[in-house]
Design a protein around this ligand. Structure first.
Ligand SMILES: CCCCCCCCC/C=C/C(=O)SCCNC(=O)CCNC(=O)[C@H](O)C(C)(C)COP(=O)(O)OP(=O)(O)OC[C@H]1O[C@@H](n2cnc3c(N)ncnc32)[C@H](O)[C@@H]1OP(=O)(O)O
Length: 302
């Protein structure tokens, strides 16, 4: 599937393959996973990819500090990194994790949905749709190693993976908490949650905007495994072995069989979904609710 998003700010440097990337703007510099055998990290300012082609997978680290909010640029970089790995036959799997201590993702970037014009909202929403479609339907095995709090759009990204490992820290809650902001999870967010935890759990979780701490996330099936914090990546790697042992074509076709009907619902109504989003998010009452929520986040510090 070609990358179909018409996204501004797609710089040539993002498209250059196998470039050594500078360290993160804030936070620590990560060593290259494959550095020992001459394989280089690549990526972009906000996404660090540590390839291990000999083992057939790469670790994709999100590093958009402070909270990995999914801005348009960040979405674009995630999509480009995914596409690069998908188009390289050496890779069969990705482990998706965060480079921001204590945060997997704060979800969609509220600044992209607040005080902007309808053209921007439409462009942003198209990129959000694309991110979900591409991760949800990827022919690669995608395992998320969730090493921090994970709200709304970030939770959707994790739910789009094939398997979820969550670090056992009571602060690392995850869920689709949109209603707490006075907004609603779109039908394809809802469908993804229902497919993961079942209708009744999803119904309650979505209405109440529940963020589940690790033990509860495991109990409802939102994640597949909870492990001590320092073992999240190694647990994801161990799990991967089982997935990579299955004949690729059989696993991919089965994944498609399971997921295509859900993705098709959005693909059939993609433009209408964008229009709905633009109408909804442009409402004065919604804009006000988002501003109040952002203000609360800021006041929390004082
Ligand atoms: C019909 C169709 C209908 C369609 C209807 C519409 C559908 C929309 C679907 C929406 C999906 C979403 O994902 S909406 C996003 C939901 N996300 C959330 O509720 C998470 C909000 N964030 C948090 O709770 C916290 O920040 C948390 C992640 C726990 C980290 O806490 P910390 O104390 O470590 O950090 P904070 O001090 O809070 O945050 C650091 C800075 O990041 C900012 N920040 C935090 N989250 C942010 C975010 N999501 N977007 C932008 N900026 C964010 C804060 O304001 C701070 O800014 P400064 O003060 O300037 O430093």
């Amino acid at each position: 599937m070609a990358l179909a998003v018409g996204i501004r700010g797609l710089t040539r440097s993002l498209l250059r393959p196998w470039v050594r990337v500078p360290g993160p703007a804030r936070g620590r510099t990560e060593p290259a996973a494959g550095g020992g055998d001459g394989v280089r990290c690549f990526g972009s300012p906000r996404v660090l990819v540590e390839p291990d082609p000999a083992a057939g997978f790469a670790v994709m680290k999100m590093r958009n500090p402070p909270v990995n909010s999914l801005s348009l640029e960040f979405l674009t970089e995630l999509l480009i990194s995914l596409e690069k790995l998908e188009s390289d036959k050496a890779f069969h799997a990705i482990i998706l994790t965060s480079d921001c201590p204590g945060i997997f993702s704060a979800g969609l970037d509220l600044m992209e949905m607040c005080g902007r014009d309808p053209t921007h909202y439409a462009e942003y929403w198209k990129a959000v749709q694309e991110l979900w479609l591409r991760f949800y339907l990827s022919h690669l095995v995608v395992i998320s190693a969730i090493n921090g709090v994970n709200a709304a759009g970030g939770c959707l990204l994790a739910l789009s993976c094939d398997y979820r490992v969550l670090a056992d820290n009571p602060k690392y809650a995850m869920g689709l908490n949109e209603t707490l902001l006075g907004i609603i999870a779109p039908f394809w967010f809802k469908d993804t949650l229902v497919n993961t935890v079942g209708h009744r759990t999803a119904e309650r979780a979505l209405q109440l905007g529940l963020l589940f701490p690790p033990a509860e996330a495991l109990q409802v099936g939102m994640v597949d495994k909870v492990v001590p914090e320092d073992q999240v990546l190694s647990a994801a790697r161990s799990e991967l072995a089982q997935w990579l042992a299955i004949p690729g074509h059989a696993r991919q076709l089965t994944k498609s069989l399971m997921r295509k009907p859900t993705a098709d619902r959005l693909l059939k109504e993609r433009d209408a979904d964008i229009q709905n989003f633009v109408r909804f998010i442009s409402r004065d009452a919604i804009q006000k609710a988002l501003r109040v929520y952002l203000e609360k986040l800021k006041q929390k510090k004082t």
